[in-house]
Design a protein around this ligand. Structure first.
Ligand SMILES: C[C@@]1(CC(=O)O)C2=NC(=C\c3[nH]c(c(CCC(=O)O)c3CC(=O)O)Cc3[nH]c(c(CC(=O)O)c3CCC(=O)O)/C=C3\N/C(=C\2)[C@@H](CCC(=O)O)[C@]3(C)CC(=O)O)/[C@H]1CCC(=O)O
Ligand SMILES: NC(=O)c1ccc[n+]([C@@H]2O[C@H](COP(=O)([O-])OP(=O)(O)OC[C@H]3O[C@@H](n4cnc5c(N)ncnc54)[C@H](O)[C@@H]3O)[C@@H](O)[C@H]2O)c1
Length: 276
């Protein structure tokens, strides 16, 4: 792609909010979706809304996660409450009041606090996207403001293409990488290159299902016999057997079942015919 073709998009990043403070102003349905999204980041969430205006979902999440969420049971008033915004690392408005959203967004911009106003793209520093989450696997689909419903539909297509094993595999690979770094510590250099090429080879040669089945014992074997000898043994060689998947996607599962069904029908028909 030519450099001249690059542009018109937004930066897709995995923003680390752990331990940071996020303010959500409003307590309706959209605020509930925002609380849910932010909870997955381990940030501390404050919601400003009258308790009686809280959407059922928002109320439920706040009572379910009392250590990570706090409700300020009041209406936000710009002027009286605006300096409080300075205490936050991120501000989200989910209000049915466009003028108030606009005022809050301008204040945040002035003070360099990242801000999103639900459904008001012109005021946002960043947009939310359609999400797929499976443990550490996080997929965001963004149409960059062009068609949120299409983002939701593309999400459905992507979800169908996943096997459901990816999250577990990624978790195990994460644990293995930690063990490998303990065994071969350091940043960069020849060792870093070797570590990366070994991990890359393992991820390419093993299936998601095989990686997802790794346990303490065979991780140890993989490092002792594989890493130490500069090779990647097959899952079979290490005795790693993926658990059978529930979805009957292979002929092994579907075909015997189908044959059994046909034989059953044939037996009943023959029996009825003989009786007659
Ligand atoms: C992805 C998702 C995430 C989330 O909000 O968490 C999200 N909107 C979702 C759904 C949705 N929103 C709307 C519809 C009705 C159908 C339609 O209009 O298409 C549906 C569909 C539905 O409800 O099923 C209405 C709408 N949305 C915006 C405007 C204003 C405008 O476009 O000017 C209007 C028109 C208001 C009007 O016409 O009056 C603006 C934004 N909405 C965004 C995110 C950001 C851009 C994301 C992107 O482009 O990818 C952005 C820019 C700002 C932001 O809010 O961050 C979530 C799907 C979650 C999921 O199901 O997976
Ligand atoms: N992104 C999306 O998917 C999506 C979908 C639907 C609607 N929206 C838009 O997002 C916004 C919020 O949607 P919603 O469905 O949550 O609306 P909602 O009407 O259910 O909730 C808005 C809440 O803001 C509260 N509020 C208003 N002024 C306040 C103040 N000063 N202090 C504290 N709380 C205050 C209201 O009491 C209400 O509870 C609307 O502008 C809506 O058009 C976005």
């Amino acid at each position: 792609m030519l450099a001249a073709d690059i542009g018109g998009g937004s930066l897709l990043i995995a923003w680390q909010l752990k331990g940071k403070k996020v303010l959500i102003i409003g307590g309706g349905e959209v605020a509930g979706q925002r609380v849910e999204s932010i909870l997955s980041t381990d940030a501390h969430i404050t919601v400003i809304s009258l308790f009686c205006n809280l959407h059922e979902k928002t109320q439920k999440l706040i009572s379910q996660y009392p250590l990570r969420t706090k409700l300020l049971d009041k209406m936000y008033e710009h002027g009286a409450d605006s300096t409080d915004l300075l205490n936050y690392d991120m501000v989200l408005t989910a209000l049915d009041d466009f003028e108030l959203s606009k005022t809050i967004c301008h204040f945040c911009r002035e003070h360099r606090i990242p801000v999103n106003a639900a459904d008001i793209p012109g005021l946002c520093d960043f947009y939310f996207g359609s999400q797929i989450r499976d443990g550490p696997l996080q997929i965001m689909i963004s149409t960059n403001g062009n068609g949120p419903k299409l983002a939701n539909l593309v999400k459905g297509k992507i979800a169908k293409a996943l096997s459901g094993q990816e999250g577990a595999a990624i978790k195990k690979v994460g644990a293995l990488r930690v063990k490998l770094r303990e065994r071969a510590p350091g940043v960069g250099g020849e060792l870093g290159k070797r570590r990366m090429s070994w991990m890359t080879k393992l991820c390419k040669e093993w299936t998601m299902e095989e990686l997802g089945t790794l346990n303490e014992e065979n991780m140890q074997m993989l490092l002792d016999e594989g890493w130490e000898n500069d090779k990647v043994p097959s899952a079979k060689a290490l005795g790693v057997k993926p658990l059978s998947i529930c979805v009957p996607s292979s002929n092994d599962v579907v075909f015997p079942g189908f044959i059994g069904f046909c034989v059953g029908i044939a037996c009943v028909t023959t029996w009825n015919w003989l009786r007659r």
